[in-house]
Design a protein around this ligand. Structure first.
Ligand code: ZN
Length: 264
């Protein structure tokens, strides 16, 4: 599932390609992807409009328009964006298509259809219920160690769980939660109450480090598989440092991986 760094990469892609072009026509080959709108309402709202800015909030993309509206995109498990020139073949699983006057098209593709596209007639993020309830952005300067420590100390649960609750810290999911725990040398199934002050400090520092690195790498971690756990997660995965077989465990209903040697 696209998490903070992946959605940030998609934001950059959209911002680099689709801003400032006038929308001529919208096609929705699969209307199940629409959340609070219909193909007709989406067309009415955006025909003749331009995307003016793209922001990321947690795992959401907020695309602002010159009609004082926000197109909200959530990528679900397999959502992606493709920018295509007229005449180029359509990407597979195209579910929503924004055709621009100049012949280009932005495709939202989603083979598994867990993503969502919605249109809000507002410029205020807090008018969007999904956005208003989100906790702080982990990479924001305002998200201090004290705030992180309060989140950890204030919730008696597993580390894996607390890192993934979007109302507490936003943008982190299963994979980056595992990565942060790995880099900090702490098992994801540890109860928050058992964590030492030094461990909480390390988790905070590694959370910032992991997310910053992943954003800088445009979420393409495969080339860094000797430093990151994420490319090594999955069946028969090994710890990139000690080459132990990774332990797989279900925590908070999600599959987590960790190194039995490096993580205590
Ligand atoms: Zn290891």
């Amino acid at each position: 599932m696209p998490e903070l760094p992946e959605v940030e990469a998609k934001r950059r892609y959209l911002a680099a390609n689709a801003l400032g072009r006038k929308i001529d026509r919208i096609s929705v080959p699969d209307k199940r992807i629409l959340d609070n709108t219909t193909p007709t309402a989406l067309s009415r709202g955006l025909k003749g409009a331009c995307f003016t800015d793209a922001e990321r909030r947690a795992k959401y993309l907020l695309v602002r328009t010159d009609r004082n509206s926000i197109l909200l995109i959530h990528f679900g498990l397999t959502g992606a964006l493709f920018f295509r020139e007229r005449g180029e073949p359509k990407p597979r699983f195209s579910k929503a298509e924004f055709y621009f006057e100049d012949g280009y098209c932005l495709h939202y593709t989603d083979p598994r259809l867990f993503g969502k596209i919605a249109l809000y007639e507002t410029t205020d993020d807090d008018d969007i219920p999904e956005i208003a309830k989100l906790g702080p952005e982990p990479l924001s300067r305002g998200f201090t160690f004290k705030m992180f420590n309060d989140v950890i100390r204030g919730h008696k649960t597993t580390l894996h769980q607390v890192l993934m609750v979007q109302e507490l810290i936003s943008g982190i999911g299963n994979e980056y939660s595992d990565e942060i725990a790995y880099q900090a040398g702490v098992r994801p199934d540890r109860m928050t109450t058992s964590l030492s002050d030094a461990e909480v400090r390390r988790l905070y520092d590694k959370m910032k480090w992991v997310l910053k690195q992943a954003v800088n790498l445009n979420a393409e971690l495969d080339g860094w598989a000797d430093r990151f756990l994420i490319p090594n997660r999955g069946k028969d995965g090994e710890c990139p440092r000690t080459h132990d077989k990774l332990t797989k465990k279900t925590i908070a209903g999600r599959t987590s991986y960790f190194c039995p040697t490096c993580q205590k």
